[in-house]
Design a protein around this ligand. Structure first.
Ligand SMILES: [Zn+2]
Ligand SMILES: [Zn+2]
Length: 345
């Protein structure tokens, strides 16, 4: 596949590395160094959305970009030119083209590495959940098909902003948009199709089957329940914290911090769990995790988010703070938020 040669206007979209040597050498990226949207915010763009927008920037279909430019980079010697005529599921597999491409799979890593090397960008690793591989349990966490907020699409179109799909919409436990208080939609309102995250001719904001616009202005306001809100806050926090981490977290780091939280809890309640039913229950669950599932990735929705919520710390604090600071924060928060009769603090 040959991509169009950039003209001078578009040249600044390419990343260049300038070496302070005898003379300057500009190394241009093979693909446009398109900036991902919202990195460091709860509305960080997803990897699948970035890939489709990148194809749009090059005026080609996702199929052409993937099979012509990305597949050779991922497959190396195993790449054959006949692949140009195949569809994207040849490279991603049927399941990988679904929103799970934005999670923690081996293909997610291969795709991220290929895109980072072709665009010379270092921030595409934040567009999926790769950071949490081996730490957070992947099973059941992600949707099997796309979901979107029609009002976000419509608002961005009216405000002339780039249309994209945030990573947070890939999570199964995110059922509504906290920006518009409306339910996410997971079927095309025109043809009822469920949509894959990436298909041969995907265009962001449009149905890949019937090609209709997926945005709309609905006035329907939902009553948010507390547990949905807690999950949204937890997942938003998980997405926001990644670019600010200056280390790669590991399961044993997180386990040590959870043990510390449990220790703080035991210290303040003086081993009497009976008066803190909900908090006590989740702490019991933590104890079971330490003893029976020590080497297994942790459940985000049923364990990490409730532990942080009940001990009044954020997911960001859990991952970002070092152990002494975290234990001080947890002790103070427990003291402030719970009334202890026989406390030791
Ligand atoms: Zn919205
Ligand atoms: Zn449709």
């Amino acid at each position: 596949m040959s991509l169009e040669v950039p003209n001078a206007d578009r040249l600044n979209k390419y990343n260049s590395i300038i070496l302070p040597k005898f003379f300057e050498i500009h190394k241009f990226s093979r693909l446009y160094s398109l900036e991902p949207i919202g990195v460091g915010t709860p509305y960080t763009e997803s990897l699948s959305s970035y890939l489709i927008r990148l194809a749009q920037e090059h005026c080609v279909t996702p199929k052409k970009l993937i099979m012509g430019e990305i597949a050779p980079s991922i497959l190396g010697d195993r790449y054959k030119s006949e692949m140009l005529s195949k569809n994207v599921s040849t490279i991603f597999g049927n399941s990988d083209a679904k929103p799970t491409i934005n999670c923690m799979r081996d293909m997610t890593r291969s795709l991220t590495q290929a895109l980072e090397s072709l665009t010379l960008r270092q921030d595409l690793r934040y567009l999926s959940c790769l950071t949490w591989k081996g730490i957070i349990k992947e099973r059941g966490l992600f949707r099997q098909h796309k979901a979107w907020c029609p009002q976000c699409f419509e608002q961005w179109r009216q405000e002339n902003k780039p249309i994209y799909e945030p990573l947070i919409w890939s999570f199964k436990d995110i059922s509504y948009c906290s920006e518009h208080n409306c339910q996410l939609v997971d079927r095309c309102p025109h043809c009822e199709s469920q949509l894959k995250a990436i298909s041969d001719r995907s265009v962001i904001g449009f149905c890949s089957r019937c090609k209709n616009w997926l945005g709309s202005q609905s006035e329907l306001i939902l009553n948010q329940n507390e547990s949905d809100l807690t999950n949204i806050r937890g997942i938003e926090n998980l997405i926001v914290v990644v670019p600010s981490l200056n280390y790669q977290p590991t399961l044993s780091d997180v386990m040590r911090k959870l043990q510390l939280i449990h220790f703080c809890f035991e210290r303040v309640v003086n081993h009497d769990l009976t008066q803190f039913i909900v908090l006590g229950k989740i702490m019991e669950q933590l104890k079971i995790t330490f003893t029976q599932h020590y080497n297994k990735p942790l459940n985000l929705i049923n364990l990490l988010i409730p532990v942080c919520n009940l001990t009044k710390i954020s997911i960001s604090q859990l991952f970002r703070e070092n152990s002494p600071t975290l234990s001080q924060i947890v002790l103070n928060k427990l003291k402030l938020n719970y009334k202890f009769k026989n406390h030791l603090i």
